[in-house]
Design a protein around this ligand. Structure first.
Ligand code: PEP
Ligand code: MN
Length: 366
């Protein structure tokens, strides 16, 4: 798909650090909280931009909805004092105007805004002719097109320095997370828009501070360019997202514990070994494709045989038997049960398609 989108990086605009670390409170609450947190973060020497929510999209009314323009002044002050670029969430044109007025360095579009093309377009229109980096969080629902659509609207307004932020998705089945990571969606976006810088927000994926390090490491292992992690000088007393915030000191040790890997290595032995392993993978993939083609050929023959004998395509008992035996076999071979089930589902789906085609007309020599 050629979407004719072109991007420059955000980290490139601020010293090219990798991973690019953005941290600060979920919400700017008071002048003291904002400035003290910012000073402590800057003192770690490991943070490259300061964040703070100024207008907070809360799920239920009656909760703290952000300090507004007053808070924006504290954030701007924190940026001046520390010399760090500052960033906040904008959800409409008046937020954009207020941010431009006080010199916010990077804007971001929040997950609840990315879902709404009207709001995203309003932000894009307010940004026309302005040169400011913009980050776009994934929509709350797992819809890649909606995420790309939001990036596209802002890029079309003339913004080139952009990044996507992966913050997880609302899901019925979210496991231990507040927002299910669904890494596949982030990987798919990276594959479709390779020039676009991708950051991860492990705080909103995790929902509690215990999982942040693990999610951060996974993001780095997937070659994400940066992390946005919420921090607060007294997390338990935070006015929003208390469970997932960490102190600047914990942030510092969390970052120290992360392993930053490179995409490749110039070491000759590494390259030779990787080359040999990749040859093996290529060979195995060829064999898998050949086996799949053979399997579908047999499915086609089964389809013809069922047709000749007026028997239905789907036979639930047989399908259950396949699942049970293959899952047991896969387990014995060290394969993950979820993986085996996903693979079988895909193969079974294609097998039914193939047999349906035969039932609907195509004749196969048995
Ligand atoms: C936030 O970053 O504080 C926030 C509200 O995030 P999200 O849009 O990912 O929910
Ligand atoms: Mn938050």
């Amino acid at each position: 798909m050629n979407m004719n989108l072109s991007f420059d990086t955000i980290s490139g605009a601020f010293g090219k650090q990798r991973p690019f670390i953005i941290s600060g409170p979920c919400s700017a609450e008071t002048e003291d909280q904002m400035l003290t947190t910012a000073r402590l973060l800057a003192a770690t020497g490991k943070v490259h931009a300061l964040r703070a929510g100024i207008w907070k999209p809360r799920t239920r009314p009656g909760q703290f909805e952000g300090a507004g323009l007053e808070g924006l002044k504290w954030l701007a002050q924190a940026g001046k004092e520390t010399g760090l670029p500052i960033t906040t969430e904008v959800a409409n044109a008046s937020h954009v105007e207020a941010c431009l007025k006080v010199g916010v360095d990077i804007l971001w579009v929040g997950a609840r805004t990315t879902v709404n093309p009207f709001s995203v377009q309003e932000i894009a229109d307010a940004l026309r002719g302005v040169d400011i980096p913009v980050m776009v969080k994934n929509p709350v629902n797992p819809d890649l097109e909606l995420w790309i659509g939001a990036l596209e609207r802002i890029e079309r307004a003339g913004i080139k320095r952009m990044a996507a932020i992966h913050r997880g998705f609302s899901s019925f089945d979210k496991g231990p997370f507040r927002n299910a990571p669904m890494w596949d969606l982030a990987i798919e976006l990276k594959t479709r828009l390779p020039e676009l810088e991708m950051f991860c927000d492990p705080s909103h994926i995790s929902g509690n501070r215990e999982l942040i390090a693990m999610v951060s490491q996974k993001a780095l292992d997937l070659d994400m360019a940066g992390l946005m992690i919420e921090s607060h000088l007294n997390p338990d007393a935070a006015w929003s997202d208390a469970k997932q915030q960490v102190t600047p000191a914990s942030l510092s040790s969390l970052l120290d514990g992360l392993v930053v890997r490179t995409v490749t290595s110039n070491d000759k032995t590494f390259k030779d070994t990787l080359g040999l392993l990749r040859e093996q993978i290529d060979q195995i993939d060829d064999e898998i494709m050949q086996k799949m083609a053979n399997r579908m050929k047999v499915s086609r023959q089964i389809g013809q045989y069922k047709k000749d004998n007026n028997v239905t395509i789907l036979q639930v008992g047989r399908w259950e038997e396949i699942i049970n035996t293959r899952v047991a076999l896969g387990k014995a071979m060290g394969l993950d049960e979820g993986f085996t089930r996903d693979l079988l589902r895909l193969v079974h789906h294609e097998s039914i398609q193939v047999q349906t085609k035969v039932m609907n007309g195509a004749t196969v020599k048995v």
